[in-house]
Design a protein around this ligand. Structure first.
Ligand code: PA5
Length: 440
């Protein structure tokens, strides 16, 4: 079993769990029967078993070409168009991918902010390197990546000329519409498709996530097999066999008890971007109609020396979800020291992995004892297969959870407000009235 959910630190008894099971079953059915709100965006549910195999082969072939051709791969995208691949890259290849892995290109993520410093620094780092670019936008009109891409396109054309630059730029976007598709057609870029029925934050299992992962040397076949194993497992509609049910029950029971903040905790720094992906998945899916848990994250043990104080002793409106990796496969053994001046000989012969595990157990006891309910989600190890399975686990849980909350988990109307104001303030055509209003 690659993902399991342990609720012994949750304080939830079997009876309460069973009561919630009935509601969860209904929400689960809505997801699988496509009868809930936003059902036009449920293409991801069976995507792990029905993905376009030809396009998948093209992703693998293209990534080989990119690996041979370039030293740097720029991924231009924001939100669901980059968080999944960034999370996967770090989880599988580690925190120091660009410094350590030399047989695949360095990968930089751009277009996920409007900082000139960030973009300038990256352009400076890569200026003498061979570059390929993957511009990713489902809508094809999102401002941040569009701005970055205009600048990068200019840089590529100055460096390589228009024709060669077109051979180095790959666009991932909608099949039939959008400004990016029009541009890709005009410039003759190779394109990959995000299905109409798959929203950005559920798109890590599509070319959005898969091309950058494959360029980084991640085994995307195994990743998809992991997601497919999740598909088989998580369609089971009962709490005993489906770990999504337990997790959904846990977080919704917590919410009903007034615990409005969910903290995703990890003990592995390679999961810090996984938490960013998770926060977007749940935050953008559930935060609607003035409802929804606030998803936050901590990286332990680092954050035990910062947020640990608040979690242990601060306001009791929190609960924790801990990701535990059963077998890390990276062993460092504590050496024995003759003088033992640091007093650490009691640890000699133990692996850091074992010590980290004890930190997890100790923290679990402290936090549960301090009134912070805990759920531990264990994955066997951190590889392409388990990552696919874990990401898919959270996607299904998010869909069910959103339905249970009574919102549409698959839209994001709230992200429009800042855009409208920004467009008006920047003087975009059509926003004159709002501009006046904002200034008055
Ligand atoms: O989950 C979502 O739908 C969003 O976060 C989008 O991924 C994000 O806004 C980027 O959109 P696009 O891919 O259209 O540029």
């Amino acid at each position: 079993m690659s993902v399991s959910v342990d609720l012994k630190g949750s304080g939830i008894n079997f009876k309460l769990l069973k009561e919630f099971e009935i509601e969860i079953k209904k929400a689960h059915k809505k997801l699988y029967d496509r009868t809930g709100e936003g059902s036009d965006f449920l293409g991801w549910v069976d995507w792990p078993i029905r993905y376009d195999k030809q396009e998948f082969e093209r992703i693998i072939n293209t990534s080989e070409v990119i690996r041979k051709k370039c030293q740097v791969f720029l991924v231009v995208g924001i939100g669901g168009s980059y968080l999944g691949s960034k999370a996967a890259l770090e989880a599988i290849k580690g925190n120091f991918y660009n410094q350590m892995i030399k047989d695949t290109p360095d990968i930089f993520f751009v277009g996920n902010n409007i900082s000139s410093r960030y973009l300038m620094d990256i352009l400076e780092i890569i200026k003498d390197k061979e570059i390929c670019v993957n511009v990713i936008s489902k809508s094809g009109t999102t401002t941040e990546p569009a701005i970055a891409f205009r600048i990068i396109k200019r840089m590529m054309e100055e460096k390589y000329g228009r024709e060669e630059s077109a051979r180095r730029i790959f666009a991932t976007t909608d099949k039939s519409r959008g400004a990016l598709l029009d541009l890709a057609k005009k410039e003759n870029y190779e394109t990959f498709v995000i299905g109409d029925d798959i929203g950005g934050r559920f798109s890590v299992i599509t070319p959005v996530g898969l091309l950058p992962m494959s360029v980084a040397g991640i085994d995307i076949k195994k990743f998809m097999l992991g997601a497919a194993s999740g598909y088989e497992k998580y369609k089971t509609p009962n709490i005993d066999d489906n770990p999504c049910f337990k997790y959904v029950a846990y977080r919704n029971i917590m919410y009903s008890k007034g615990k409005k903040i969910e903290i995703l905790a990890n003990y592995e720094p390679a999961l810090s971007n996984f938490s960013e992906w998770w926060k977007q998945l749940f935050g953008e899916s559930e935060g609607k109609d003035h409802r929804g848990l606030y998803p936050s994250s901590v990286n332990f043990t680092s954050d035990l020396h910062s947020m640990g104080q608040y979690i242990q002793d601060g306001e009791r409106h929190l609960f924790e979800t801990v990701i535990r990796i059963a077998d890390q496969n990276h062993k460092i053994i504590m050496p024995k020291d003759e003088n033992d001046l640091d007093g650490l000989n009691y640890l000699s012969g133990k692996s850091l992995e074992d010590i980290n595990e004890k930190a997890l157990e100790g923290t679990f006891l402290a936090h549960v004892g301090g009134g912070v309910p805990n759920c531990i989600i264990t994955v066997d190890t951190l590889d392409s297969f388990t990552l696919g399975s874990l990401m898919y686990f959270f996607m299904v849980s998010c869909g069910i959870s959103g339905y249970l909350l009574g919102i549409n988990p698959f839209n994001q109307p709230g992200v429009e407000a800042y855009k409208q104001n920004m467009f008006a303030l920047l003087g975009k055509q059509g926003y004159e009235e709002l501009h006046e209003k904002l200034l008055s």
